[in-house]
Design a protein around this ligand. Structure first.
Ligand SMILES: Nc1nc2c(c(=O)[nH]1)N(C=O)[C@@H](CNc1ccc(C(=O)N[C@@H](CCC(=O)O)C(=O)O)cc1)CN2
Ligand SMILES: Nc1nc2c(ncn2[C@@H]2O[C@H](COP(=O)(O)OP(=O)(O)OP(=O)(O)O)[C@@H](O)[C@H]2O)c(=O)[nH]1
Length: 419
């Protein structure tokens, strides 16, 4: 196994930068630079020397195999935060046989060494990419293993069901076939119902993890770009009194009180002879179609063609006259806070339906387990045993105990280097 290293802190100048080393040579490499470090998991201040060259006076920590994040021998260098120092240390690590880590390789090793399961690894990936409070709360639950624990509890009951069937097969008399106990069917039904519950929350959880899209749509000159600028509190979109100003879809990522919300400013919906404008209109329609929520901004009437239940209808340019319903002036800002309140309320309700199943991979494995558990009383004991085994196997795939290989690159390469 290679010994790997990477900067765990973001590149650039900072107070402290942390370089992490993991693998069989970690301790020897640490001690060749810092002298003997006998106590594990204790911070020591040490001069780091490569030959005569004093690299830095740093904090160093070492971790023993089986008592570290990766499960391997680990050494950490907490350096003064200038890129030249980390670069100089990297050079010393390379000459001592370590290599640079790939994206997610520390977490991958934690998984391969059985320190975390695959659902936890996905939780860590989500935690590291979380941009808002609601996403962080979701991710930390899975990084802490909640989903894995739920699945382990289901597996324990499946194993009992399997054992009950085996017993009835073993003791079956040729003439008087032993009945498969009723409890087997009860367990299968209960587990199947619990999986259904877990799966029911998947769409809401996935939306929260990925972030919501809110499309601002309407006729040309309705004030969509002005509204986007008002939400951003800066000039992100071009505004003009020429109809058809916005062509491409503009995205504004925001943290709406903890919810991840990307507002989309789209081309005004109309027929036009301008080829480029029509490409923009088509794009606007598509993005609006796929968005989680649509704000129809209108001076007069609503563009019925794209209207869907639950869409917000908002009258624009309230400073120019009176409208009914929610009306805003993107220009003065009047009503914009109320609009954001409404958007927040709608999305918060959807986020409230979220649960633990955040990834399609997890949902698919759970669905396979659920399918296998659709048992019927007349089924042969051997067949029932096979179904229970299939369900158990699907759950093992979910937590990465088996058949994880196909997913590893997808999951771990999504991390940054150093994680
Ligand atoms: N400096 C530093 N900070 C970090 C990490 C790290 O690797 N280094 N982490 C990583 O990304 C996270 C913390 N995760 C960790 C998880 C386990 C162990 C560990 O050494 N576990 C041992 C000892 C436990 C103990 O001290 O009681 C064990 O479980 O046996 C260390 C960090 C976040 N902060
Ligand atoms: N009085 C008033 N004028 C506004 C308001 N909002 C936008 N306008 C004006 O209306 C014109 C069009 O505004 P935009 O924000 O570019 O409209 P749009 O909907 O993005 O237009 P397209 O890009 O053509 O689809 C500009 O002259 C804005 O200054 C408002 O609330 N009150």
């Amino acid at each position: 196994m290679d010994t790997i290293f990477a900067e765990a802190t973001p590149p650039g100048r900072g107070g402290v930068s942390v370089v992490r080393v993991s693998g069989p040579e970690a301790r020897a490499i640490l001690e060749s630079l810092a002298g003997v470090v006998s106590a594990p998991r204790v911070a020591h201040v040490r001069a780091l020397r490569d030959g005569d060259d004093l690299i830095d006076r740093a904090l160093v920590i070492r971790f023993d195999e089986n008592h570290s994040f990766t499960g391997e021998d680990v050494a950490e260098f907490h350096l003064h935060g200038a890129p030249v120092i980390a670069n100089r240390l990297s050079q010393a690590l390379l000459t001592r046989g370590a290599r640079r880590a790939e994206a997610g390789e520390f977490t991958r090793r934690a998984f391969l060494n059985g320190r975390i399961n695959l659902a936890e690894a996905e939780g860590f990936a989500d935690l590291l990419s979380a941009e808002t409070e609601a996403q962080r709360k979701l991710a930390i639950r899975n990084a802490e293993g909640e989903l894995g624990q739920v699945v382990d509890a289901l597996r324990a009951r499946l194993i009992r069901a399997g054992a009950l069937i085996e017993a009835s097969i073993d003791f079956a008399d040729e003439e008087v076939p032993e009945e498969v106990p009723q409890e087997v069917f009860e367990i299968a039904q209960e587990i199947s119902a619990e999986i259904s519950q877990l799966l029911a929350s998947f769409p809401a959880t996935e939306r929260l993890r990925e972030g919501y899209e809110v499309a601002i749509i309407g006729k040309p000159n309705a004030g969509k770009s002005t509204l986007l600028n008002q939400i951003a509190k800066r000039e992100v979109a071009l505004v003009s009194d020429i109809a058809g100003t916005t062509r491409d879809v503009l995205e504004l990522r925001t943290d709406l009180r903890g919810l991840p919300v990307t507002f989309l400013d789209t081309a005004g919906l109309r027929e036009s002879n301008d080829k480029v404008e029509m490409m923009g209109v088509e794009r606007a329609r598509q993005r609006a179609e796929n968005a989680d929520l649509r704000i129809h901004l209108t001076e007069s009437g609503v563009s019925e063609e794209v209207k869907r239940p639950g869409d917000l209808i908002v009258r624009s340019k309230a400073d120019l006259g009176q409208g009914t319903g929610l009306s805003i002036s993107a220009k003065t800002g009047e009503g914009v806070a109320d609009l954001l309140d409404m958007v927040y309320d709608v999305l918060r309700q959807r986020a409230a339906d979220s649960g633990l199943v955040a990834h399609k991979r997890q949902a698919e494995a759970l669905e396979r387990a659920r399918q296998a558990l659709q048992l019927e009383e007349g089924m042969a004991p051997e067949f029932l045993a096979e179904r229970i085994r299939q369900a158990n196997q699907a759950l093992e795939v979910m937590i990465g105990r088996i058949e994880a290989e196909n997913y590893l690159d997808e999951i771990f390469l999504s991390f940054c280097i150093g994680k």
